[in-house]
Design a protein around this ligand. Sequence first.
Ligand code: ATP
Ligand code: MG
Length: 346
Amino acid sequence: MRKIILTGDRPTGRLHIGHYVGSLRQRVELQNSGLYDMIFIMIADAQALTDNIDNPEKVRQNIIEVALDYLACGLDSTKSTLFVQSQISELFELSFYYMNLVTVSRLQRNPTIKMEIKMRNFGKNIPVGFFTYPISQAADITAFKATTVPVGEDQLPMIELTKEIVRKFNSLYGKVLVEPEALLPDNKACQRLPGIDGKSKMSKSLNNCIYLSDTADEVKKKVMNMYTDPNHLRVEDPGNVEGNPVFTYLDAFCKNEHFSRYFPEYNNLDELKEHYTKGGLGDVKVKKFLNAILQEELEPIRKRRAEFAKDIPEVYNILKKGNYMAREVAANTLAEVKSAMKINYF
Ligand code: ATP
Ligand code: MG
C-alpha cells in the first residue's frame, strides 16, 4: 500500500513551538526520510472559519503566515504538497455524505470538541459548522487516502472518528476509503506542550504562545516571565518539576550536548531536575538555559522565514500549485465515493 501523509493547521495565528514539537518537526523529518509516496500539508482555513466566521480577515492574513512558518521549518514544496483547504471543494462534498455516517451523540462525546466548546464560551450557541468539524477533518484525511497523520495529542479523537467513518463507509459501500493512523511524537512533553502561563496547552486561542516568528528579544522576555512552580519562592526552597512548564519545555527541546555548551555544571537534564527538586537552584538560571536552547533552535527558522518573506507572490504560487495537485487527488477519491454510493447517474 502507498504511504501517504495528510496533516495541517488552522490559520488562526502564526505557528508556535507547540506546533513545532507536536507535529511540524516530525513532518519535516518524515518528508526528508523518503519513506512516503505523497505528503499533503493543508492550511485549514475553512475549519478556522467555523469559529471565526465574523473575522475572515484574520483567517485570510494568517494563510500566508502559516505558509511562511511551514517553509521556514523546512517543509519543501518539491517534496510536499502545501495547499489551502477552501480551494478544494471536493472536500466539502465528501463531508456532506459522511455526515450521515455519524450521530450527534457521537460528536457530543468527543473530548477535544467538548473542551474547545467550553473554552470558546459557546454555551448553547454552538455553530453547527464548528460542532461538525471532526467530520470535515475525516473528509480531509480520507480524500487523500492518508495512511499517516502526524498530530498532537488533542487530535486523537478526530483520527478515531475518521477510522469509524472509514469502516462504516467501506462496510456499506465497498472498500474505497483508507483507515489512517495518528502519529504522535514519542516524547510525551511534545504531544501537548503547555502554555507559558502554565495552562495545559499552548494554543493560539489562549494567547500563551512562543511563536516561531517571535524575535530573539520576544522569546527571551517570554521565557524569563514564564510560569514556574509557585511554591518555589526562594532559591533554597525545594522545587517541583512536574507541571512546571519550564521543565516540560526542557523535556521537549533539551539534548545532553546543550549542557556542555550552556550549563557545564550539569551533565544532563536528570541532574538539573534533581538539584531543582532538592532546592538551591533558582528559576532564573534554568530559564536562561532554556532561552539559550530555544534561541539555538529558533534562530535558523527565523532566518529562513525572513528570506521567504521577501517574495510573498512566490509563496502564493507554491500554494496555488499545491491546490492544483491536491484537487486532482481529492477529485479522484470523490468520484470513487460517489460511484460506490451509486450517485453516478449520468
Ligand atoms: P487553535 O487555538 O486555533 O485551535 P491551535 O494552537 O490548537 O490553534 P491547531 O491549528 O488547532 O493549533 O493545531 C495544529 C496541529 O498542532 C495539531 O496537530 C495539533 O495537535 C498540534 N498542536 C497544537 N497545539 C499543540 C501543543 N500545544 N502541543 C503539541 N501539539 C500541538
Ligand atoms: Mg486547535
